[in-house]
Design a protein. Sequence first.
Length: 390
Amino acid sequence: MPLKTGRGACAPPFLVMDVIAAANARAAALAPGEPGVIRMEVGQPGSGAPAGAAEAAVRALQGGMPLGYTEAFGLPSLRARIARHYADRYGLQVPPDRIAVTVGASGAFPLAFLAAFDPGDAVAMAAPYYPPYANILTALGMKPLLLPCDGSTRFQPTVAMLEKLDPRPAGLVLASPCNPAGTMLPPDEFIAIARWCETEGVRLVSDEIYHGLSHGELREETAAAHSESAVVVNSFSKYWSMTGWRIGWLLLPPDLLRPVECLAQNLFISAPHVAQVAAEAAMDCGPELEANRARYRRNRALLLRELPRAGLDRLSPADGAFYLWADVGHLTNDSVAFCARMLAETGVAATPGVDFDRERGGRFLRLSYCGPEADMAEGAERLRRWLGRA
């Protein structure tokens, strides 16, 4: 008799991980002297953790610290440092006891969703969207409610869209800057959405992991400044370049503190101790991190100039993060096959749009520009030749 499978079997794959595997396989099979793979598929900074973070980890490892479990919500010193970050960046006074250190943002989302929502609850989000939002909700028995967005709203939701929802959803996931489009909401629109959620009893989950990586004139806003019930998710993976350290945090409203703490105790015990030590040190590595951001900005400017010359001229505004959302509908309606052929024939890896929008993503792809500057220039040149623009 076949064994039963659980709820996790209904979660769709995160396709970018398959693209990473294919790019790794191609790189491993290259002959000596053959052009390498240009990695534009993954949202992972090309630089590692800042030097001060690595040095702090080495000191902890060599200094005889046991590096055992911490409190479920993390080291008090790290939580206090994160609280100071809110004061420095946003002018917002946050009690450290409202901060929960997590196993990356990926560990934060299940905690937030389980604490805030029940099975069967609808949680709205813009489409295109970061796939694990919907995939985690689905695995937990909740219902992603997709709001189709396009360039006319900067691929972001609006209050007018939300007003049309009847019944109201239990929650809204919002990201500014967002993945995959790299767009931001103007501050007044962000604040209006946060206040609408507060008034309508819709729990706002604000994904702020790309804060610090805005490139235009739009100001970053934290939902915690505009909604007493909002949940804020952040991470050391992007601005602080610490993806593999798996360290992030939640800024929680008072009513979710104990529920999230109990869940964290049971699901994770605590985030890795050594990663917490390194993360605290990383927050004082401003010059190195700002140099990274300057490189992303140069890469962005290069691609916004060169990709149109290659025939990829339908690009998102790219206000922040390190992504370009490219409409390739004039070239294909099958972004999975298009990206596979592009990797095979040019060595440029990109993520198919269907990962972020199952209905419309066949005509889009996402390009990440956080790699080395030379790779970004080479990638644009390869695409120009491949698409017959030489």
